[in-house]
Every structure is written in structure tokens, then in C-alpha cells.
Write a protein that binds this ligand. Structure first.
Ligand code: UDP
Ligand code: MG
Length: 316
């Protein structure tokens, strides 16, 4: 290596006052084990406890630590995005949670994968720590639905614990969309991706910041920013109604031929109801198709992303 590589560790923190100091110290110890320089970028996501103050005092003590304070709580995704934008000069960015659930001791292994040519090193949770049954079930359900609707294959344990090469970070930073479902976007940008397993640790302190309400919003954001299939629902439903018209017509013709006694007015009433239902659903379906196009266009994602020749070999 002709030039020392520079790494940024990016950590979003929301009310993690009892974890930030210990995490920083563990990260500094890990930094000793890897070849290259390290900066630790903390994003204080509008914490209302002592997180901000403790992070500020860490910057006084350790020159490698940088802190950005949000003006209020903007959420985990916003904090991650800020971290990726603040880590400007580094050759690779490693994102991890502030609470110690993503063991920093994995980082040297992630860096080795990167040196061997991976652009994205995704850590996959092997078995969840003692997180509640509800969390496990909802998380599994979400990834099933997401992968089905969005035609992707994001594994359930693919947390926001990953290494991203400079090229990937640049690609993510240039995506203009506002709702940023990073787990999906990392998959979407492509590049050479490898996965390594890790076992999730217990939180160092505090409790989860993802309430059921937050998880629901997260799931909704994820699905709606990666799939327009729910918009096609009315179209599919209209096909069902049309099918039922066909079946019902068959039945009426059969009943008439068999000389069955059908009360007058009943048949035409059923036809009118089914016809109107089908017509409405079809029109909504067509409108939804245009809405889907508009939605896809307004996200203004690039049509393609070019992977440049490997920068690691020449300058890293
Ligand atoms: N987080 C954040 N803003 C929020 C919620 C969470 O920056 O609004 C951070 C949090 O401090 C932690 C990471 O995102 O570093 C993951 O959150 P948490 O550990 O609560 O989620 P869980 O691991 O329970 O899914
Ligand atoms: Mg956590």
C-alpha cells in the first residue's frame, strides 16, 4: 500500500449517555489493530440526555473523535445519512450502532474483506440477542413482505452494521431521494458485496429506541420507497371481479337453460353491481399505474451507476 488508508467509523446516537464513552474507547482500541488512520464520527440525533455533553468532552480528549449534533431527533436513517456525508475524506466508512449490539471487534475482519476487494461488507446477525418475541416475529415478517414486494433478497439479520467503500458512499450520497431506507439502497446501488456473520450482543445500557410505532413507520417507508406493487392492488382486484362476472354469467345461462326459476331483476342487479365494481377498480388501477410512474420518476434515482477501477490498489 502506497498511501495509508483512512477509515471513518460512523455511529448514530439517540439518548445513549451510558454507552458513548465506552463505545468510543472500544473503537479507539480497535483502531490500534488496523493499518491506517481512523476518525470516529458521532451523530447525536437530538438526544435529550447527557449524550451530547459526553460526546463533546470526548472530542476534547481524543482528536480522532468528531461530533455532529442534530437540532432535534430526526431519526436513525437521517443520522446514518449525515454520517455518510460527514465522512468525506475516508477510503471506507463503517457504520454501527452506539449501543454495543454491533461488536466493534468485528471491524478488523471487515477491513480485511475490504482490502481483499469487497466494496460492501455486510454483517449479518446470526442469532438475535434476547430481543423480544414480538420484535423477532415482526422483523421476520417485514423482510418476507419487503423481499416479495421489492424483488430483493435482503436477509433478515442485515443490520446497519457494514463497511462501505468510498465509491459506495459517494453513490449513496448522490441519490436525491428524501426518504432513505438505507438497507434497501445499499442493495440497490450494487457493487461487490460480501456478508460476514456476527452474533448480536446485549445493549451496553439503556433501552431500544425503536418502538412498535417506529418500526411500523420504518417498514412502511421501506416498502413504499422500494415497491409500487401495492398500487397495483386495485388492478388485480378488478381482475377478480371480472372473473366473478364471467363465472356468474355462466351460472345464469346454465340456470336459464335448465329452466330454473330465477327471481326477476336479481340477475341484472348482480350484473350491474359487479360491472360497476370492475369498472371502478380498473379506472383506479389505471390511475395508480400513472401514479407509480410519477413516484418512480420523482425519486430521480440514477439510471445506472458506474463502478470505477479499483482505487484501493493504486492509492490505498
Ligand atoms: N437511533 C438514532 N435515532 C433514533 C433512534 C435510534 O440515532 O431516532 C440510534 C440508536 O442510538 C442506536 C441505533 O440508532 O445507535 C439503533 O437503535 P436501537 O439500538 O434503539 O435499535 P434496535 O437495536 O433496538 O433495533
Ligand atoms: Mg440496538
Amino acid at each position: 500500500m502506497s498511501m495509508t488508508p483512512k477509515f471513518s467509523f460512523v455511529l448514530p446516537a439517540y439518548n445513549e449517555e451510558d454507552s458513548v464513552v465506552a463505545m468510543t474507547e472500544r473503537l479507539l482500541a480497535v483502531a490500534e489493530q488496523i493499518e491506517g488512520t481512523v476518525e470516529i464520527v458521532w451523530i447525536n440525533d437530538g438526544s435529550s440526555d447527557a449524550t451530547g455533553m459526553r460526546l463533546d468532552s470526548l472530542t476534547q480528549r481524543y482528536p480522532a473523535v468528531r461530533v455532529f449534533h442534530f437540532s432535534r431527533n430526526f431519526g436513525h436513517m437521517a443520522a446514518l445519512c449525515a454520517g455518510l456525508e460527514c465522512a468525506r475524506a475516508s477510503h471506507a466508512v463503517i457504520t454501527l450502532d452506539a449501543d454495543g449490539q454491533h461488536p466493534p471487534e468485528m471491524i478488523p475482519q471487515m477491513v480485511r474483506c475490504w482490502q481483499e476487494g469487497a466494496d460492501i461488507v455486510q454483517c449479518i446477525r446470526e442469532q438475535a440477542s434476547k430481543s423480544g418475541v414480538l420484535k423477532k416475529v415482526t422483523s421476520r415478517g417485514f423482510y418476507k413482505v419487503f423481499n416479495l414486494l421489492a424483488d430483493t433478497d435482503i436477509p433478515e439479520g442485515a443490520a446497519d452494521f457494514r463497511l462501505l467503500d468510498r465509491q459506495v458512499v459517494d453513490a449513496l450520497n448522490t441519490l436525491p431521494e428524501r426518504v432513505r431506507f438505507i438497507r434497501g439502497l445499499v442493495h440497490w446501488v450494487g457493487f461487490r458485496q460480501v456478508s460476514i456473520p456476527y452474533s448480536e450482543k446485549e445493549r451496553l445500557a439503556g433501552t431500544t429506541k425503536y418502538s412498535l410505532k417506529h418500526m411500523f413507520t420504518f417498514a412502511l417507508n421501506g416498502i413504499t420507497s422500494f415497491s409500487v406493487r401495492p398500487l397495483r392492488l386495485s388492478f388485480v382486484l378488478s381482475l377478480f371481479v371480472i372473473l366473478s362476472i364471467a363465472l356468474y354469467s355462466g351460472y345464469v345461462l346454465f340456470a336459464l337453460a335448465a329452466g330454473k326459476d330465477i327471481s326477476p331483476g336479481w340477475t341484472s342487479l348482480v350484473f350491474i353491481v359487479l360491472f360497476l365494481g370492475a369498472a371502478q377498480l380498473l379506472v383506479i388501477g389505471i390511475a395508480s399505474e400513472y401514479l407509480a410512474r410519477l413516484y418512480i420518476e420523482q425519486k430521480r434515482r440514477p439510471v445506472y451507476i458506474v463502478r470505477k477501477p479499483d482505487s484501493r490498489r493504486e492509492d490505498a
